[in-house]
Design a binder for this molecule. Structure first.
Ligand SMILES: NC(=O)c1ccc[n+]([C@@H]2O[C@H](COP(=O)([O-])OP(=O)(O)OC[C@H]3O[C@@H](n4cnc5c(N)ncnc54)[C@H](OP(=O)(O)O)[C@@H]3O)[C@@H](O)[C@H]2O)c1
Length: 436
């Protein structure tokens, strides 16, 4: 039986769950994996803190995070602290010292991937990060190994449970964004400060990690186009329904090649018949298109202690097999991630279809003014809705727009906003059918 000794940095939602499973399911894990996982040390920030997840902190194992790497009884460092401060230092030191790392930290990989993968390659020490994207869904392992025969052509999906919960409540219960957010917070699905999730940053971190793996080179997080869901209104969701669409916050990665890649996160109208349209609540779901296998769907719990612990423990077992090997034998996929990856295609050059909602004065001739701006920009309209029964001075006007580069749409929207008949900033969302 292979024995591996881990140093656990972080004992919060994920760290606490990892501890619970490796201590209560040890026998099962050994019989299934052939690996005995022993916990040698734990680092937290505040040993005196009351732990809300009900798992008592084993105080006899407490050490400072700075001490973990040097300990002779630690073979693998499991980083579950989060953030890019102490976590970055610990991960780099561990890789430098030749101790494999398991991490769930998408922010670290997205924002400092170049540094982390350079160190991993230089010291021949692997880093495993299954839990960094889509929680309990084994997406990373599938991209690394299960789909190795494929050129990955398209990856898209729902990678933020908080946003999906809010958009699902808006869609099914016809709630306003504010009410749906408050409900998500009351149920513990959104933080008191939800900006990281609802502004799309968390999803963009995950998109950058997936794009890095899919392209084989570090994608710069700063180049990823990000739009959150604050602008999505209950009215837009209802208009989307009338048109046969659902609105989801999607991470989209396509045009994957060693030189460039499209990586973007934004609210997206998808046909109601698309599998993702029926993914509700906090569930995550990703679709991967490979040139050999075709389309594959991955769905499941994208966050939470137990689901994320499932991914972390799988990585610990993987990492165990690399322990004790000569670094020159290390041939994990991480070694094939180049520190400098493809550049992300500028959003201005990205071509897609669009949903456009304008607030206009209720007078004859308005439609002609708007269609003339779109026509001059060579933007084709596929359908228009002018709902009846609206009272007051202004009415909504909804356009579905054919494929166009964002550069043209942006210019046209700025001209439309200047028209006297347009009374509010235009609302625009991209529409994707993913070639179906
Ligand atoms: N929660 C999820 O569902 C989920 C899902 C996928 C990935 N992740 C990722 O998993 C990681 C951990 O998330 P989490 O939700 O478990 O976070 P969490 O509940 O906030 O726990 C963080 C833990 O790290 C410790 N810590 C933080 N900074 C530290 C420092 N400077 N020195 C020592 N210890 C420190 C904290 O100590 P104290 O306990 O003393 O405060 C705490 O035990 C993050 O990278 C996150 O993005 C989380």
């Amino acid at each position: 039986m292979k024995r591996v000794r881990i140093g656990l940095a972080g004992f919060g939602t994920v760290g606490g769950s990892v501890y619970r499973y490796i201590s209560t399911q040890a026998g099962f894990l050994e019989s299934r994996s052939g690996v005995r996982v022993c916990l040698s040390a734990i680092a937290v920030r505040d040993p005196g803190k009351k732990r809300s997840h009900g798992i008592p902190l084993p105080r006899s194992l407490l050490v400072k995070p700075e001490e973990l790497v040097a300990r002779p009884d630690v073979d693998i460092v499991v980083e579950l602290m989060g953030g890019c401060g102490m976590a970055r230092k610990l991960v780099l030191e561990s890789l430098k010292a030749g101790k494999p790392v398991v991490t769930a930290n998408k922010a670290l990989l997205a924002e400092h991937g170049e540094e982390v993968f350079t160190q991993s390659n230089r010291s021949g020490t692997p880093i495993f990060f299954e839990a960094s994207v889509a929680g309990g869904i084994p997406l990373i392992q599938s991209l690394k190994e299960g789909l190795v025969a494929n050129r990955l052509q398209l990856i898209y999906g729902i990678v933020n449970g908080t946003c999906n919960y809010i958009l699902s409540s808006m869609s099914k219960e016809k709630l306003s964004f504010e009410k749906a957010l408050a409900e998500a917070q009351a149920k513990g699905y959104a933080e008191a400060d939800p900006s990281f999730d609802i502004d799309g940053i968390d999803a963009a971190h995950k998109a950058a990690v997936v794009a890095t793996l899919a392209s084989g080179g570090c994608v710069k997080f700063k180049e990823v186009h990000v739009e959150g869901i604050r602008n999505v209104s209950a009215a837009d969701i209802q208009f989307a329904h009338q048109l046969g669409y659902e609105i989801k916050l999607l991470a989209i990665i396509r045009g994957i090649n060693p030189k460039s890649v499209e990586v973007r996160v934004h609210p997206t109208l998808i046909p109601s018949a698309n599998h993702l349209a029926s993914i509700h609540g906090v569930t995550n779901s990703m679709m991967v298109r490979g040139d050999v296998v075709g389309d594959i769907e991955f769905s499941g719990p994208g966050a939470g202690g137990p689901a994320t612990a499932s991914a972390v423990i799988s990585d610990i077992v993987q990492a165990a097999s690399s322990c004790g090997r000569n670094s020159s034998e290390f041939n994990g996929t991480t070694a094939r991630i180049r520190p400098v990856g493809p550049s992300v295609a500028a959003i201005e050059s990205v071509v897609s279809r669009y949903y456009l909602r304008l607030t206009v004065t209720d007078r004859p001739g308005v439609m002609a003014q708007i269609t003339s701006v779109l026509g001059r920009a060579k933007i084709g309209i596929s359908s228009v809705i002018q709902p009846e029964g609206h009272e007051g001075e202004t009415v909504p006007l909804i356009f579905m727009i054919h494929d166009a580069p964002y550069k043209s749409v942006k210019l046209a929207l700025s001209a439309i906003r200047k028209l006297n008949c347009v009374k509010a900033a235009p609302i625009m969302f991209r529409v994707e059918t993913f070639g179906k």
